[in-house]
Design a protein around this ligand. Sequence first.
Ligand SMILES: [Zn+2]
Length: 245
Amino acid sequence: MNASFESEATIRQDLAAAYRLIALDGMDDGISTHISARLPGERFLLNPFGLRFEEIRADQLVTVNADGEVLDDPTGLGINPAGFTIHSAIHAARPDTACVLHTHTVAGVALSCLEEGLLPLNQWSLQLHDRLAYHDYEAIALDLDERQRLTADLGHCSAMVLRQHGLLTCGRDVGEAFLRMRDLERSCQAQLAAQATGRPLRLASPELAEKVARQYETWADSPHGNARAWQAERRRLTDDNHLFS
Ligand SMILES: [Zn+2]
């Protein structure tokens, strides 16, 4: 199933909001990392390379095509080449994905350094049971050859741990990618906090984990699910008069 397209204005506003919310929740990393949103015609939007996430406005987003050509760059700052490598790969390989979100957070990077990866410890992490991919680190993603290995590792998953690097989520829209990332981030934080106690850990059974994962999927598709949750997140930004101008 292909991702559904909204109007470009709505996509731009949602994407700008995602950048602001990622910053507001402390999941940004200076001018590094990136969030992209697909546009019709094999194009996608990325952040201008040089703005902090809390500065980004809908009308400043850069439009690039599948070959990495910049089609529209209102600020003249261009894009992060590593961002193009990662995002172009996933948008080309996964037509069901409208948004790709990548972070470097302390908890996400720490989790990415653990050999065992994410454990089935809590409700946040159980939703990713058998749905979380891993990709080995290959240095800063400037080699376009990495795109094939990246998408092969992602497979049909919509969340991925980039080992020794960070986290990545996909969504059928911007809101879904954001909400998935925040849960993944909290999964990492909760696991590290539990492990830091040094006490024995209680792991959920695969059967229980699968049940929870399916409950999350049902909820995400319901009228009370992701769409409503995303609008609630968007309202955290209503005092920001510069977001959409
Ligand atoms: Zn990165």
